[in-house]
Design a protein around this ligand. Structure first.
Ligand code: FAD
Length: 461
């Protein structure tokens, strides 16, 4: 009998195991399936907390509908009736002491029409004129391997990028635009530039794809994203699930693998899936040949602070769903989501719940990382007071430090991943990597990667 161990019970490990389990049942295989998770709960970066009448997502808060709709997991898990969608509203950038609206007709802050550019209150007249060069400047040198920052600045000008695009885009992709490639962020911008002669015109021609101003861009579940984790777990009837079980090392022995746990137990396996962050994978393999490749992958940190108030959320600007900050650092947070506005299910009584994001790109971050939870809460309350004018006492807070847990796909990312894959295949056949450190950070990407990973393992049976 063969044994497959999946290490890491985040969404990638769960999806991998779900596919393996389906295959086992369909083929009446006697393969032994074991899912090992270090913490007390499955889900990893998906963790729903319920407190004081609020539904709080300590990690991921939603799934991009566009990607999920092409996949079958919601239906297969029987979750259709649980799905809820975000409310649409206006987003702001907090700059020069006030909230200024991001033009609605824009994709990641990039104008999707000349009118959108003209209406922006974030950019000066000179900045707008500079951005118009996009309409008549041809692309002669840029490829998908160039930085998205250099590409956008070349055609749309520095001011528009700095004041309107970078705050949005670097927030979404957790990194400086100069460190991120077009390939790993918005590869279609290059296609549009080449096909339509202009980024703005290209976005305008493809507006429907981005559901600009449309509803239902993101989805979650009535009781939070934890529903997805529970649904996967409930389907794994014939899988041994070991929680509170941290893997400490893996050693090769006669074409099999000895997987050791911190509690001193050992299980032997034929195939091992490493669906854990790359830093953890490097540590447990502890192989000088491969560790250098793992070390080339980079991640950044983020502190998430939720604050709930016994105050109606109608106090906030009409139809607003949150703001991001421009690079001028007037606040210590990088962004603030008005969660109870954006997601009705998070506050039945329509009390105000906000989430502040603190990222390692912010100059104040080093100091914040040394703070305890009470100090972090005070920093958040100060940001809330300055930006929203709310000084009520909170009734709940939930603070999570995602230290080094946000993968940054740098320019050399895909080469590093390929190097790890080929070194593993040569030295450790039967061990594969999976998950957000390598193959895409969004939940749909992780689920798809889990399916592909299971197929790789099945092909070896
Ligand atoms: P993880 O969730 O990191 O799972 C890895 C698991 O491995 C963990 O449970 C960990 O405990 C376990 N583990 C680690 N080491 C060991 C060991 N030695 N032995 C055993 N187990 C181990 N994506 C979206 O699509 N939408 C969002 O809104 C969104 N927002 C996000 C907000 C935040 C704050 C964060 C941090 C991420 C967000 N993401 C979002 C990204 C998404 O949540 C992640 O990319 C995805 O959940 C990663 O899943 P994973 O299974 O690959 O890894």
């Amino acid at each position: 009998m063969k044994t497959v161990i999946v290490i890491g019970g985040g969404i990638t490990g769960l999806s991998t195991m779900y596919e393996l389990h389906k295959w086992k049942k369909a083929n009446q295989s006697d393969v032994r399936l074991i899912l090992v998770e270090a913490s007390a709960e499955l889900g990893g970066k998906i963790r729903t907390v319920k407190d004081s009448g609020f539904v709080i997502e300590a990690g991921a808060d939603s799934i991009v509908t566009r990607k999920a709709s092409t996949m079958t997991f919601i239906e297969e898990l029987g979750l259709q009736s649980e799905v809820v969608y975000n409310a649409t509203g206006r987003s702001f950038i907090y700059t020069e002491g006030e909230l200024k609206q991001i033009p609605t007709d824009a994709v990641f802050g990039i104008p999707a029409s000349v009118e959108s550019l003209a209406k922006s209150t974030l950019v000066s007249a000179e900045g707008k004129v500079e951005a118009l060069k996009d309409l008549y400047t041809k692309n002669e040198t840029f490829t998908k391997n160039d930085s998205v920052g250099a590409f956008l600045e070349h055609f749309l000008g520095k001011e528009l990028v700095e004041k309107q695009i970078a705050p949005v885009l670097s927030g979404v992709y957790s990194g400086k635009l100069s460190d991120l490639t077009l390939a790993s962020t918005l590869p279609y911008l290059l296609e549009y530039k080449d096909k339509y002669g202009s980024i703005i015109k290209g976005l305008e021609a493809n507006k429907e794809k981005f559901q600009i101003g449309g509803e239902r861009k993101f989805l979650s579940f009535r009781s939070g994203l934890g529903t997805l984790v529970d649904a996967f777990e409930n389907k794994l009837a014939d899988v041994e699930i070991l929680k509170n079980t941290k893997v400490s090392k893996i050693e090769k022995e006669n074409n099999r693998y000895k997987v050791s746990f911190v509690n001193q137990e050992v299980i032997e396996a034929d195939h091992v899936v490493l669906s854990i962050p790359h830093t953890a994978a490097g540590k447990i393999l502890n192989d000088k040949e491969i560790i250098g490749e793992f070390d080339k992958l980079k991640s950044s940190s983020l502190i998430s602070v939720y604050v709930g108030f016994d105050v109606p959320d109608s106090q906030l600007p009409t139809e607003g769903t949150g703001f991001i900050t421009a690079s001028n650092n007037e606040l210590t947070c990088n962004a603030c989501t008005w969660t109870s506005r954006k997601w009705e299910h998070t506050s039945e009584s329509k009390n105000l719940l906000v989430r502040l994001f603190y990222k390692s790109s912010h100059p104040a971050f080093q100091a914040l990382q040394k703070m305890n939870k009470e100090e972090l809460l005070q920093a958040a309350l100060s940001d809330i007071k300055k930006s929203l004018g709310i000084s009520a006492e909170p009734i709940t807070s939930e603070i999570t430090n995602w230290s080094d847990q946000m993968p940054n796909y740098r320019i050399t990312h895909s080469q590093s991943v390929e190097a790890i894959e080929s070194k593993l295949a040569a030295a450790y056949p039967g061990i594969v990597i999976a998950g957000c450190s390598y193959y895409g950070v969004g939940i749909p990407d992780c689920i798809e990667n889990g399916e592909n990973t299971a197929r790789k393992i099945i092909a070896l049976q």
